[in-house]
Design a protein around this ligand. Structure first.
Ligand SMILES: Cc1cc2nc3c(=O)[nH]c(=O)nc-3n(C[C@H](O)[C@H](O)[C@H](O)COP(=O)(O)OP(=O)(O)OC[C@H]3O[C@@H](n4cnc5c(N)ncnc54)[C@H](O)[C@@H]3O)c2cc1C
Length: 419
C-alpha cells in the first residue's frame, strides 16, 4: 500500500494498518504531520511549530510493517500502478491511497499568491509571524505617517473559520502584547479588516452563532466588510470590487482552497474545489485499487458532498484501513463510508468561541472552554498537550506571547572568523 500524504487522512490509514499483513509506505514531502487547527496560533506568535507539528517517523515508530519516505510525489499513473517521485524514482503499488490534501485557491487571480501572505502550511505561518513583527518594527522606525498607516493596516481576505480565528488572534497579539512593546506607536491607528464575499462570515453556522462571532470581532476592533470581493492589491493598499480603497500593508489570504494538484492527474472531470469524485467506498470508480480520501476527495453523503474538514479526513482514513484489512482477512466488503458529524467550532480569541453540534450550540466562555478541551485532546502527544496548555495559561494570565523572535532560516550573519 502506498499512501501519499501523512496528513489527517493518510496518517489515519497508516495507523489503522499497523501490524496488518500489508507492506505500507507513507510518502510525504515533509517529515512532520501538521495539526492545522492551531496553525493560526503559530502565525500569531502564541505557539512554536514543534507544538503542532510532529515527526511522522515518531508517530509511526511502533509499526514494523509501515515505512516512511520523505519525497515529493510528482505524478501518478493509475494504469501502470506507479507513482513517480521528484528526482525520477518510481514506486509501484497494489493499493494506492491519495491523501495529499489541498492548496490555496486564488480563483485564477494573477500574482495574488505572491502579493499575499497565507495560512495553509507551516512555512506560511512562520512567514506571516515574521511579517507582522517586521511591520511593527518598520512602523516604529518610519517618520512617514502614510507609510506607517499602511504598515499598521492588515487585511484578511475570507470570513471562514481560518480568517475569523486569525483575525481574533491578530487583534489580541496587537492590542494585548505588541502594544506593550512599542510604547511610542499610536495603536489607535492599527487596523484589521476582514473581507468576505458572501453576506455572512462562518457560513455553515446558525445565524445566532454568526451574530455572536460578528459581535466579538467588532469588540476586538476587527472591521468586517461583507458582500465585497478583493479586486486589486496595490503596494500599500487594496481595492474592492465596489471601488472602495483603503490602506493595507499586509494582505492575508484565507479565502479558499482546492484539492492538491495530484487530483487533476487521476480524474478528467474534477468535482467542486477541484476534488476527485469518489464512490461511496472512497475508490475511483474506474480503479478500485486507487483510494482518494481527505481534502482531495469529493465523497458522497445523503446531504451532498462531504466538507473539507479534519474529522472527515480522519474518519475516512480509519474506514479505509478497516476496509483493506477486512478485504484481505475475510474477503468481506464492509460497505460504504458513513460520516459521523460531531459538529464544528471556531474560536475568536480569549473567552470567545462558537460551537455547533447536533444537540448543542455554545458561544462566549462556555464555547471557548469546550473548544480548548477538544483541541487539546486531539493534539498528538502528551508533551504537546502539556506545552500548549502551559502556553495558553501563560498568555491568558500575563497577556504575553514569548514567540516573538524575527528569525528566517539561513539569515543569521556568519561568524566573524573561521574557528
Ligand atoms: C489553517 C487551517 C485551519 C484549519 N482548521 C480546521 C479546524 O479547525 N477543523 C477542521 O476540521 N479542519 C480544519 N482545517 C481543514 C483541515 O486541515 C483539512 O480538512 C485536513 O487537513 C485534510 O486532511 P488531509 O489528510 O486530506 O490533508 P492534509 O492534512 O493537508 O495532509 C496532506 C499531506 O500531504 C502531503 N503532500 C501534499 N502533496 C504532496 C506531494 N505531492 N508529495 C508528497 N506529499 C504531499 C502534505 O505535506 C501533507 O502532509 C484547517 C485547515 C487549515 C489550512
Amino acid at each position: 500500500v502506498v499512501i501519499v500524504g501523512a496528513g489527517f487522512a493518510g496518517l489515519a490509514v497508516a495507523k489503522g494498518l499497523r501490524l496488518s499483513p500489508f507492506d505500507v509506505l507513507v510518502v510525504d514531502r515533509n517529515n512532520y504531520h501538521l495539526f492545522t487547527p492551531l496553525l493560526y496560533q503559530v502565525a500569531s506568535a502564541l505557539l512554536d511549530p514543534s507544538e503542532i507539528a510532529h515527526p511522522i517517523r515518531a508517530v509511526l515508530r511502533r509499526s514494523p510493517n509501515v515505512d516512511v519516505l520523505r519525497a515529493e510525489v510528482e505524478s501518478v499513473d493509475v494504469e501502470a500502478h506507479t507513482v513517480r517521485l521528484a528526482g525520477g524514482s518510481i514506486l509501484t503499488y497494489d493499493h494506492l491511497v491519495l491523501a495529499a490534501g489541498s492548496v490555496n485557491n486564488y480563483f485564477g487571480a494573477q500574482g495574488w499568491a505572491e502579493a499575499t501572505a497565507s495560512l495553509k502550511f507551516l512555512s506560511d505561518a512562520l512567514r506571516l509571524r515574521n511579517l507582522v513583527l517586521e511591520r511593527f518594527e518598520a512602523a516604529a522606525a518610519t517618520p512617514d505617517p502614510v507609510r506607517r498607516q499602511s504598515l499598521l493596516s492588515f487585511v484578511i481576505v475570507g470570513g471562514g473559520p481560518t480568517g475569523v480565528e486569525y483575525a481574533g488572534a491578530l487583534s489580541e497579539l496587537i492590542h494585548g502584547v505588541l502594544k506593550k512593546d512599542y510604547e511610542r506607536l499610536d495603536f489607535t491607528r492599527a487596523r484589521i479588516t476582514l473581507i468576505e464575499a458572501a453576506g455572512t462570515i462562518l457560513s455553515p453556522y446558525d445565524a445566532e452563532l454568526r451574530e455572536a462571532a460578528l459581535r466579538t470581532l467588532a469588540a476586538r476592533g476587527v472591521g468586517v466588510i461583507l458582500q465585497s470581493r478583493l479586486a486589486e492589491i496595490l503596494p500599500d493598499r487594496v481595492r474592492l470590487d465596489d471601488g472602495r480603497e483603503f490602506a493595507a500593508g499586509t494582505v492575508i489570504w484565507t479565502a479558499g482552497v482546492a484539492a492538491a494538484p495530484l487530483a487533476a492527474q487521476v480524474v478528467e472531470k474534477p468535482g467542486s474545489h477541484g476534488r476527485v469524485p469518489v464512490s461511496a467506498n472512497l475508490t475511483l470508480p474506474s480503479h478500485p485499487e486507487v483510494h482518494v480520501i481527505g481534502d482531495m476527495a469529493e465523497a458522497p453523503s445523503p446531504s451532498g458532498p462531504l466538507p473539507m474538514l479534519a474529522p472527515v479526513a480522519i474518519q475516512q482514513g480509519q474506514y479505509l484501513a478497516t476496509r483493506l484489512r477486512s478485504l484481505v482477512a475475510t474477503a468481506h466488503d464492509p460497505g460504504p463510508f458513513l460520516y459521523r458529524d460531531r459538529g464544528i467550532m471556531a474560536t475568536i480569541g480569549r473567552n470567545q468561541a462558537v460551537v455547533q453540534t447536533r444537540h448543542l450550540k455554545l458561544s462566549g466562555l462556555p464555547g471557548w472552554l469546550f473548544w480548548l478541551a477538544v483541541h487539546l485532546s486531539f493534539l498528538i502527544d502528551f508533551r504537546s498537550r502539556a506545552v500548549v496548555l502551559l502556553n495558553w495559561a501563560w498568555e491568558y494570565l500575563f497577556y504575553d506571547r514569548p514567540v516573538r523572535q524575527i528569525v528566517t532560516a539561513g539569515s543569521e550573519p556568519g561568524p566573524a572568523s573561521p574557528l
